[in-house]
Write a protein that binds this ligand. Structure first.
Ligand code: SF4
Length: 349
């Protein structure tokens, strides 16, 4: 069962409570390059990303935020470290969310100013603890970047905000290893009601990072932990979104496109099935229907699975059978396998 969390508003989107679990990514363009950043955000939106975070390393970048936000509809979060002036400018520019650790801002009055401005504009703040950037004191106290140290660090940042009567908080506790990350979230879940932003940080390249993130994020989601997520991959942010959505789909938490069931192939397969599956998957990835589609490689065991799906095809040598809700509806020739199935998926009510 999903953990009960406090719901907060991020622009036109809700996070936590009963809101759908959202998928985030981060632009890798220079934020000061407005056209490139807008272009990347639009591509992320097409890939069905829900929220985009942009790095705000300096004042020039902060001053571009309004123009960027004006050209896109996705809620944008400004990622800010240490400099309270950047946070104030980002809020002035109309950003709808901040990622900022208040404990890293040295003077109390500076954080008070940021919190006051965030409260006035209804801008939530994500406290993002990363195992790699825990304070020296906490490392000494807990003997390293342990889950306990991560939780203590998050609570310290949270307390600063709560003491200023600010509760629109989201929290992330990321480490690059799964065990520590999961342990930290489990611990904090027992202590606060704030929604969690989950992910495994610096997970790796597309292949290794996908495996690692799927396990880590999957474990958390399976325990009901997580209200928004980001898959951190060293690569194209579009891939991060694809992987995030696929994880949610695999766990039957949220389905934004058809689920493809494909047979793993074996010696009984007499057709070139892989390109057929790829073409179907690619073409259906933009479709909004929450259906499942089975693509099977023979007429011996294929029909069973194809019959179970909303739509299925059992591909035999030269000819395939298309099933809709358990019934055979069409016989198609080998060169039409993908085309015919895609056509039927589009027509499916
Ligand atoms: Fe082999 Fe047919 Fe099963 Fe595919 S559906 S794995 S080809 S037996």
């Amino acid at each position: 069962m999903r953990r009960q969390t406090r719901k907060l508003k991020l622009g036109n989107l809700y996070i936590g409570g009963d809101a759908p679990i959202s998928v985030q990514s981060m632009t890798i363009t220079d934020t000061r390059d407005i056209p490139a950043t807008v272009d990347q955000i639009k591509k992320l939106q097409e890939a069905k990303c829900d929220i985009v975070r942009v790095a705000v390393p300096d004042m020039d970048a902060a001053k571009c935020l309004e123009q960027i936000q004006k050209q896109v509809t996705l809620p944008l979060i400004a990622d800010i470290h240490f400099d309270y002036r950047l946070a104030l400018e980002a809020i002035r520019q109309g950003i709808v969310g901040l990622r900022l650790n208040p404990g890293n801002i040295p003077d109390a009055w500076k954080i008070q100013e940021v919190v006051k401005a965030a409260k006035e504009k209804g801008v939530p703040i994500r406290v993002g603890v990363n195992a790699g950037s825990i304070s020296k004191e906490k490392l000494l106290e807990y003997g390293g970047p342990t889950p306990q140290a991560m939780v203590a660090s998050a609570k310290e940042h949270i307390r600063i905000l709560e003491d200023l009567d600010f509760f629109d908080i989201k929290v992330s506790l990321k480490a690059s290893d799964i065990t520590r990350t999961v342990e930290a979230y489990r611990k904090l879940a027992k202590e606060v009601e704030y929604p969690f932003h989950i992910g495994i940080s610096e997970a790796g390249t597309y292949f290794s990072g996908t495996v690692k993130s799927s396990i880590g994020v999957g474990m958390l989601l399976a325990e009901g932990l997580g209200d928004t997520l980001r898959i951190s991959l060293a690569g194209d942010p579009l891939e991060e979104v694809k992987v995030g959505l696929e994880i949610l789909k695999s766990l039957k938490i949220r389905q934004t496109s058809p689920e493809i069931i494909a047979c793993p192939l074996c010696g009984r397969c007499e057709v070139d099935l892989i390109p057929v599956v790829q073409e179907i998957e690619e073409s259906l990835s933009t479709m909004d229907k929450p259906i499942n589609v089975a693509v099977m490689g023979c007429v011996v065991n294929g029909p069973g699975e194809a019959r179970e799906a909303d739509l299925g095809i059992a591909c035999g040598k030269g000819v395939g059978l298309i099933f809709k809700k358990g019934e055979i509806i069409r016989k198609v020739s080998e060169k039409e396998f993908a085309k015919a199935l895609i056509e039927e998926a589009k027509n499916l009510k």
